[in-house]
Design a protein around this ligand. Structure first.
Ligand SMILES: NC(=O)c1ccc[n+]([C@@H]2O[C@H](COP(=O)([O-])OP(=O)(O)OC[C@H]3O[C@@H](n4cnc5c(N)ncnc54)[C@H](OP(=O)(O)O)[C@@H]3O)[C@@H](O)[C@H]2O)c1
Length: 301
């Protein structure tokens, strides 16, 4: 690839860490083809490293700063990446580039998903697909905010134990089966998975429960899943999708900045599954497809 030239309003970053997000696998599988992701798209949407050049209108003082950046559609699996300066954040001392690309995009989703779910302390929360970066942060945020219970779905006992260590109180399998002590219903469900089983989890909402769909790692839900909401009409259920794309940029950056500070102080944990060289992006995706990743894989050039 040619070295990218930052356009007006952009910076160029020499990458030191590149996040391999669940979204990259979803794009690669074609689940999001309808959103314009086509073959040939350079994957990767979050990087951290040092600014090496600025485009027109960007203050030259950015050059040399250690930053996290959302690269959007311009491609992050690269030694040099460009990003709009509004989507760039200076890293605090004490936060590694690998930690930054594990938390930067997903932490914001976790924070605002709980917010959109109108979560309040004491309520019960289920995080479906909790073993990824979004879920790992959502579990920690719900637990420390005083949730009555934080249940998770995951695929093994060992992964469940790791999630308990991060704040989960109840561990369910992927179909929602659990031990006898799990809450019968949940006030808020944060769903990273979607897919054919989504209606089963709509059934787990308490009266006035809120379901927040933030991802589709299990594919799209059945076309008629809305009928489940209508069947539960008398429970006054809510279902919403949530994408951080709809947030005002400054809101995203404010939450990200405080989460970075918390992570640098050890108050918010990031889980880096594995660090691999950039030219092992393909094995990284195979690892994700095999379901072996807990947290996030990070590529380094
Ligand atoms: N809303 C937003 O603004 C936003 C922003 C960025 C990304 N996203 C979306 O978030 C998703 C990626 O999030 P992530 O990186 O946290 O997730 P991830 O790491 O890709 O997956 C999370 C967990 O889901 C479980 N899982 C995977 N496939 C499954 C299946 N078929 N059925 C049930 N469970 C399954 C796995 O855990 P177990 O094996 O333990 O079950 C996996 O570790 C993508 O869909 C992406 O589009 C949304």
């Amino acid at each position: 690839m040619p070295v990218p030239v930052p356009a007006a309003g952009q910076v160029r970053i020499a990458t030191e860490a590149i996040g391999v997000g669940g979204v990259d696998a979803v794009i690669r599988r074609g689940t999001l083809a309808a959103y314009g992701f086509r073959e040939g798209h350079l994957l990767g949407s979050e990087v951290a490293g040092r600014v090496t050049a600025v485009g027109e209108g960007v203050d030259a003082s950015w050059i040399g700063r250690r930053v996290w950046a959302f690269t959007g559609l311009s491609g992050g699996y690269a030694e040099q990446a460009v990003a709009s300066v509004e989507d760039v954040l200076v890293l605090p001392d004490g936060l590694t580039c690998a930690d930054a690309v594990t938390l930067g995009g997903s932490g914001v989703v976790a924070h605002f998903a709980l917010d959109r779910g109108r979560f309040t302390p004491g309520e019960t929360v289920l995080v479906r697909g909790a073993a990824g970066s979004i879920g790992i942060t959502a579990v920690q945020l719900a637990a420390r905010a005083g949730a009555g219970a934080v249940a998770v779905t995951t695929s093994s006992v060992e992964r469940g134990a790791r999630l308990r260590d991060l704040g989960a109180t109840h561990v369910l399998d992927r179909s929602g089966e659990d031990g006898p002590d799990a809450p019968a219903g949940f006030d808020v469900v944060i769903d990273v998975v979607g897919g054919p089983r989504l209606p089963l989890f709509l059934d787990r909402l308490n009266s006035n429960g809120r379901y927040v769909a933030v991802g589709v790692v299990g594919g799209q839900p059945p076309a008629d899943f809305g009928m489940r909401l209508m069947d539960g009409f008398r429970k006054s259920l809510s279902f919403t999708t949530f994408s951080s794309d709809t947030l005002p940029g400054p809101d995203r950056q404010a939450v990200r900045s405080s989460q970075f500070a918390e992570a640098a102080h050890g108050d918010l944990r990031t889980v880096v599954h594995q660090v691999l060289p950039l030219d092992e992006a393909v094995p990284a995706h195979r690892e994700m497809d095999a379901g072996r990743v807990f947290g996030r894989i990070v590529l380094v050039p």
